[in-house]
Ligand binder design. Sequence first.
Ligand SMILES: [Zn+2]
Length: 419
Amino acid sequence: MKKVLLSLIVIIFISSIYAENKEKPKKLPRVEVHKINDQFTKFTVFWSGYFVNALAFDGPDGLVLVDTGIADTGKELKKKILKLYKKSPKYIINTHEHVDHTGANNVFGMAPIIISHKTMRKTMVEDFILSEYGSDSLPDMCFENELVLHLNGEEIILKSFTGSHTESDIIVHFKNAKIIATGDLVYKKAFPSFSAYAGDVFKYGEIVSKLAKYCPKDVILINGHTSDSNYNDLIDYKNMLIETLAITKKTFNNKEGMEYLKNKGIIEKWKKWEKEGYVRANSWFKDNLDVLKNTGPKKIIITRYLYNALKKKGIKGFFSEYEKYKNSPDVKKYDMTYFEFGGFGDYFERKKDFQAAEKIYLYGLKEYPKEKYAYFYLIKFYMNQNKNKLALKYAKKMLIIAPENKWVKRKLKELKNMK
Ligand SMILES: [Zn+2]
């Protein structure tokens, strides 16, 4: 359940962090078309300075599309595909469950056959409850280890490499073309993105080694969030993962922490891996150390209980359910964070029930007045509603609790200019 919030929040985090590093994001959303050869085209989907790649493969058996990007750019992607190919995809293959890869599965309607790892469908149905996926988004055909498609003169091997990024990662190998779509398993000159909830970051080394053994030496890897890699890039990336994860474990075992890594110049040494991605060397080590620290019993996630209460008794039910957990003598057993409010607020925004969204965001802020994301969600919400005075009010408050935050500084400037 955490996953739904997480994948959503991860994207918002990433885009806000990413945007902090860019001067001004270009006009959004947008989709870039990169023709690889007669049969293959890469579509790069941009959102707040952050991008995802989708790969199209065409021929007489029909158009195959690997990943669909985020929901916001779905219509734009569809337009570009229809213009280029004069047809919709017949097959959609998803590399894994995250919303930045599956978000526009539904823009082509019910017709395409959606193919994925079996865990992806399970996760989308059972865990991503706030997304409420319809059958136009969900996979029609699932497999566990390997599936081979013979289409357009190609042998397309879908092979499972689960366990590091998520439990549903696959690669899509076009054997004759020597092209592999890697989803979020491979990054070029970047640390991978990961979460403490899905997959296991410490398995990245092992999984990518397995992938490297599988890959032909003359392969082109089309990666989810960076430029393409070749075989040597993959080996560099694999070695980086093995070395940095081993350093992290050793640091943890010696009871040393981030200070040690900083003082020894270790963080500095790995900074060259910040080149293409959005995970900084500092957070790669820090977050991985945190994963090792947090080995206690897993806390109970309350998202589903809140969701059920909401479905039964409306928004009042949601709040009373929340209060029930908050005031419970077992409160320490529950995973209580601001992101329940962020996630549910966003859920109502997507449903265009802006009153409910506002109520939830304001409640969340009341509960977590020191959480910068409580302000972040409200500011974004009010700006989308063209309520700039209110957005300005909360931006000023956010600056007090997060005086170094570049995002809020930029928003403040923007909002003051709007007056
Ligand atoms: Zn992902």
